[in-house]
Every structure is written in structure tokens, then in C-alpha cells.
Design a protein around this ligand. Structure first.
Ligand code: ADP
Length: 216
């Protein structure tokens, strides 16, 4: 079991600039990178050596420098993970908190989702109902028509939420750290703090689709 030692080096501003040039124009000869930065080839040589040793750049004789596949995916991943929840959120499937567990199960199948959100009479987020919540209720109760989801749902203040201005990386972290499949995207009401308007949902599928887009 070999432990890989990862040494992270902080890049200088010039090295970052080189990466950006190579990303945009690679494969590009060292001479041309130097010209773009108004530097001599000799001045640039140590930076190119460092970036090549660090595995960010690769070079081919007579062709020039290009980003290594690993660096390419890391740069794309950094760009993607900083994208905003607002641009990736899906529509939430919403039921009233007085809906019966029976009807909630029907909704889950009709809408083909894994999680439903319950709202109160004012339309504010009141609860989260997952598959397991419904299964648990179904094996423990005889009359699912008379049991409102209000009794079985995870409710405020225990709901983990995300705002549209947070990033996909923050969404992924919340999903993993809280062992949940979905996050309600909410906006806190200015007039009523700790009251949330439900505007969307982010699920593990959202994150997986964004991950796949990296490879397109
Ligand atoms: P499943 O029940 O299908 O495994 P989850 O893993 O998302 O789905 O749900 C597990 C538990 O966590 C359920 O009791 C559910 O109510 C609760 N839960 C789901 N999403 C959230 C959330 N965003 N915040 C707080 N609790 C949640």
C-alpha cells in the first residue's frame, strides 16, 4: 500500500500566466510563449521546467507545450465547481404538508423523483420527504390515507438548504457531509428571517451531470 506524497506548489503569477496561454493556444513553442510575455526564452526556461516537473505541462519536440490531460481536467473541474447552484437547479416537486403519505407515494412515482418538499399554507419550505421516510411510514402504519406527511417528514430547522448564489462544490459538500440525496434551493425571506421560499432543488444527479459535462 504505497502512500503517494502530493506536494502542492504555489504557482507564481507568471507561471499562472503561462498556464493560461498554453491552455488557450497549446500546443505552442516556448519561444512563442516568451514573446507573448515579452520575456526572453532563457528567462522563461525555469518556469517551464517547474511546470513540466509538476505535471501541469507536457512538451513535444518541434510541436511545443500543451496542458497535461491531468491539468486540463483539474482546470475544468475548478471552473465547474465554482459555477452557481442557480444555473443548475431543477424544479422542486412540492406538496402541501397536509398531503397524506399515500398521495405522497403516488406523487413520488408520478414525478419520478426521490424526494418531495412540503410547504406550509404560505408556500414556505416546511419539510423534506425522502423515499426512506415514506417506506418507514408504510411499514409502520396501516392507514396511509389518514397519515399526513407532516408527521413523518424532516422539518425545519433540521433541513439542510442551499442558496442560489452558492457554488456546485458547496452543494456537493453538503450532500456528502450530510448523507442526503438532495438539497432544497431556497431564498430567505427578508421580512421573516429563518423562513424560506423554495425555488429549486439540487440532487446527486445534478452534480453527476455537471461532472459528466467536464468530459464533453
Ligand atoms: P433516501 O431516504 O431515499 O435514502 P435521503 O438520503 O436524501 O434519501 O434521506 C435520508 C434522510 O434524510 C431522510 O429522513 C430525509 O428526510 C432526510 N433528508 C433528506 N434531504 C434532507 C435535507 N436537505 N436536509 C435534511 N434532511 C434531509
Amino acid at each position: 500500500m504505497g502512500n503517494k506524497v502530493v506536494v502542492k506548489i504555489k504557482l507564481t503569477k507568471r507561471q499562472e500566466e503561462i498556464l493560461q496561454i498554453v491552455k488557450k493556444e497549446g500546443p505552442i513553442p516556448g519561444k512563442e510563449i516568451a514573446e507573448k510575455l515579452s520575456l526572453t526564452r532563457a528567462t522563461l526556461r525555469p518556469d517551464l521546467a517547474i511546470l513540466t516537473m509538476a505535471g501541469s505541462l507536457e512538451a513535444r519536440p518541434r510541436v511545443g507545450y500543451y496542458l497535461s490531460p491531468e491539468k486540463t481536467i483539474k482546470m475544468k473541474a475548478a471552473k465547474y465547481s465554482s459555477k452557481l447552484v442557480n444555473d443548475f437547479k431543477a424544479l422542486p416537486i412540492v406538496i402541501s404538508k397536509s398531503t397524506s403519505v399515500y398521495d405522497a407515494i403516488v406523487q413520488l412515482f408520478l414525478e419520478d423523483v426521490g424526494t418531495l418538499y412540503a410547504v406550509d399554507d404560505e408556500g414556505n419550505l416546511a419539510g423534506v420527504i425522502s423515499r426512506k421516510d415514506l417506506i418507514r411510514a408504510a411499514i409502520g402504519n396501516k392507514n396511509l390515507n389518514d397519515l399526513p406527511v407532516n408527521v413523518i417528514m424532516t422539518r425545519m430547522p433540521n433541513i439542510v438548504t442551499i442558496s442560489p448564489e452558492e457554488t456546485l462544490l458547496e452543494a456537493a459538500n453538503k450532500l456528502i457531509n450530510n448523507h442526503i440525496d438532495s438539497l432544497p434551493v431556497v431564498r430567505e425571506k427578508e421580512s421573516m428571517p429563518t423562513t424560506y421560499e423554495l425555488i429549486g432543488r439540487v440532487t446527486k444527479t445534478t452534480i453527476t451531470s455537471a461532472f459528466l459535462e467536464l468530459f464533453e
